[in-house]
Design a protein around this ligand. Structure first.
Ligand SMILES: Nc1ncnc2c1ncn2[C@@H]1O[C@H](COP(=O)(O)OP(=O)(O)OP(=O)(O)O)[C@@H](O)[C@H]1O
Ligand SMILES: [Mg+2]
Length: 501
């Protein structure tokens, strides 16, 4: 799902004009003709995701100022760009005071609108990131801090939200870096226990002989080196949540004790004479299939069923590629602020490539790739070269297969385009492509191969504006991404061989 902009104007012609420009900037649009309709959409529980609003100030009924006031009252965090007629400077001042992010004077030119939208989106991404970091530090992460626009994640989020409302044990499964801990923290931060501790233990990182003492505590003198009494993570998490990360790595002896603690709601410290009652909510996580560990005899079946009451599986990033542009935007805003770098965008070419990588390290890997790129880049825009990993996997049209494609330059154009809020400078580029239909041996080429070529040509032709590419090819965006995945999988140069294994 691309970035979507809500446009509100009572004048139908103005609405069309702005809608056209916003779409040319590469954003998706939703248009309404009144202030009331804006509020209805923003407040709807299952309404569309809206990233920014272009708002006319003068409208019959609830006008722009009225909308701004209501948005502020509701505490909604969405950037608003107001449109005003020439000479309406007083209105602009009031609108900016009422929380508008920026203003454009009618009739606004596309460049002005584009800069304004891009700044607004960057600022709001940064605000979101800062909020997430603050929430994380204060132990107040909620589901609102999880960046995602994908359908499969929406389902996972719904389940997690329900889990947050109870103390049901949750087992989060997913590859490394998919956000298991983030989800665990959001479940904790969205439930009744949010003001109590969230204690994380990495079960894979503790030496076997210390597991029990770290989880359940020990008495002074319980073993050599136990010079002080130690409470243990269970007691530390009292009233709150204990997050058992990499729970599959727990040694069998500790599994027995954990099972007993869960059954009895009490823990016995090493060297203690009697157990103490604890009230702890358990969320566990694993990046291996825990059931396989059970089948291999490495994990107790009875404990498995205790932890696995509500399983949550987080899909890898490559199964929710529509999240990639949004994550990129957020991380870019954050690292630019942290590193004090004036980078405003990612090139469309890089955005497309990054959206098609496999990302075996998932979101953590993507986060680190952006971090590195921000630190290393000298330009105000990140390009493919700033992501060596992406560049290494980047297929060009001509090296996808042996047969050359001929692009006949017919006319040239230049300007700018955007993908998901990021500007792509348009180099003069051939606009008419000719597809070779025969192989050098004079045989007709496979349909699939030609299709893949057409798609790649369309992406380059529309400078990475995936919505436009899909629209022109008359296929859905998800079909477009699937076809790209399939063609990448067929092509060893893009790492497809690895994927198949
Ligand atoms: N949807 C998301 N939105 C924003 N940041 C995310 C998202 N998912 C993951 N992250 C970030 O990615 C990084 C990795 O996430 P996290 O530590 O939760 O993953 P994990 O599944 O626990 O990984 P591991 O298995 O390696 O422990 C963190 O910095 C986290 O904040
Ligand atoms: Mg983790």
């Amino acid at each position: 799902m691309a970035v979507s902009i809500l446009i509100a104007d009572d004048d139908a012609i103005q609405r069309r004009l702005v809608e056209n420009m916003v779409q040319k900037c590469g954003y998706e649009t939703i248009v309404v003709d009144s202030g009331d309709a804006v509020l209805a959409l923003l407040n709807a529980a299952d309404g569309p995701v809206i990233d920014a609003v272009v708002l006319d100030l003068v409208m019959p009924g609830l006008d722009g100022m009225g909308v701004l006031a209501k948005i502020r009252e509701a505490g909604l965090n969405i950037p608003i760009i107001v449109q005003t007629a020439h000479g309406g400077i007083d209105n602009v001042v009031s609108a900016m005071r009422a929380g508008a992010h920026d203003f454009v004077v009618k009739p606004a030119g596309i460049e002005r609108l584009q800069v304004s939208l891009r700044n607004a989106l960057n600022a709001s991404a940064l605000k979101g990131e800062l909020q997430r970091i603050r929430h994380s530090r204060e132990g107040k992460l909620t589901f609102a801090d999880i960046i995602t626009r994908s359908e499969i994640m929406a389902g996972v989020l719904r389940t997690a939200q329900k889990a947050a409302a109870s103390t049901i044990p949750v087992l989060i499964e997913g590859e490394s870096g998919v956000g298991k801990e983030l989800f665990a923290r959001a479940i904790h931060g969205s439930g009744d226990r949010k003001s109590k501790p969230f204690v994380a233990v990495n079960c894979g990182a503790i030496p076997d002989n210390l597991v029990e003492s770290i989880l359940f505590g020990h008495e002074k003198g319980a073993f050599t080196g136990a010079t002080e009494r130690h409470l243990g993570k269970f007691v530390e998490a009292s009233g709150g949540t204990l997050f058992l990360d990499e729970v599959s790595e727990l040694p069998l002896a500790a599994q027995v004790k954990l099972l007993r603690a869960l059954q009895e709601g009490a823990v016995e410290a090493v060297g203690a004479r009697k157990p103490v009652k604890v009230d702890v909510r358990i969320i566990s996580a694993t990046n291996r299939k825990l059931l396989d560990r059970v089948k291999n005899g490495q994990f107790r079946e009875d404990l498995f069923y205790r932890l696995h009451v509500l399983p949550l599986t987080l899909p890898p990033l490559r199964m929710r590629r529509e999240d990639i542009p949004h994550l990129l935007r957020h991380f870019l805003a954050r690292f630019c602020a942290e590193e004090n770098r004036p980078i405003t965008s990612i090139s469309g070419e890089a955005m497309v490539q990054l959206s098609h990588l496999e990302w075996p390290g998932n979101i953590r890997q993507l986060e680190n790739a952006i971090y590195r790129a921000v630190v290393m880049s000298d330009s105000d825009q990140l390009g493919l070269a700033d992501f060596p990993q992406a560049a290494a996997q980047s297929p060009t049209v001509s090296d996808l297969h042996g047969d050359p494609v001929v692009f006949e330059p017919a006319f040239h154009q230049s300007g700018t385009a955007t993908i998901s809020g990021n500007e792509i400078p348009i180099a003069p580029l051939s606009s008419v492509g000719t597809l070779a239909m025969l192989t050098s041996a004079g045989e007709v080429r496979p349909l699939e191969e030609m299709e893949s070529e057409i798609i790649r040509f369309a992406i380059s032709h529309y400078r990475g504006q995936m919505s436009e590419v899909a629209r022109r090819l008359k296929i859905g965006r998800s079909t477009l991404y699937r076809k790209l995945d399939e063609s990448a999988a067929d092509d060893p140069a893009t790492g497809g061989a690895e994927k198949a294994s």
